[in-house]
Design a protein around this ligand. Sequence first.
Ligand code: URA
Length: 263
Amino acid sequence: MGNLADKSEILYHVGFCADDLKGAEWAVLPGDPGRVQLLAENLGEAKFIACHREYTSWLAQMDCGPVLVCSTGMGGPSTAICLEELARMGIKGVIRVGTTGTIQEKISIGDLIINNAAVRLDGTSQHYAPLNFPAVADIEITNALRQAAIENDFPCHTGISVSSDTFWPGQERYDSFSGYVRKSLRGTLQEWQKLGALNYEMETSALFVVSQCLGLKAGAVCSVVAKRTDSEAVVPLENKGETTRRFWVTVKRALQLLLKAGE
Ligand code: URA
């Protein structure tokens, strides 16, 4: 069962307690605190819970039940801390919504990528399980996200992410201050591409492995903001509103499917 927190115990990093969740067992996890409120308001009637460090939290009241929206910050360490504290407050399923850079020609800026697995190019997940342990998504969440995106005619691709602790060397980017990518990482973009991985981002492998270790179900959907077959740049999306809409429409429908299935 695990070490559940007392209902009134304020968890140190996220800054709220289980009572604030009003029984919510599902959480939507954007990386960016700035995206939390909008996501929550688009899921249902939304109420601010807390804002502490990189963790901004709102509770959305959906027809099918309450859902927490909480930012994870960037990278594996802050994501793992978030998952640990949410698990202690009774959260059972999590959906990451993030941004990503695709490494495949066929994928375009603004498309959705649903990751069903991740290459563990991170350090955090190795504190939980050895590297030969797979980072995989929950199949029901993945299927629900796919169904939601397909029903809405959103361009979407399902496959493997490469989750890197670093934005520059780990994702073989040379447009950094030093321009230096160490030898062991040079040529890796092409290698992942040939192996059929779809994208680079920074949280999914930690999310999947840590969730597995804590007994949580986890899924992930990302919006493409960089097309690495063309350039290293992150493209300011022409239509951020549309991208955000794709997120919340997809996640809302997926949650409806999942919460209904769990009734
Ligand atoms: N996030 C990443 O980690 N990489 C990208 O290229 C874009 C978003």
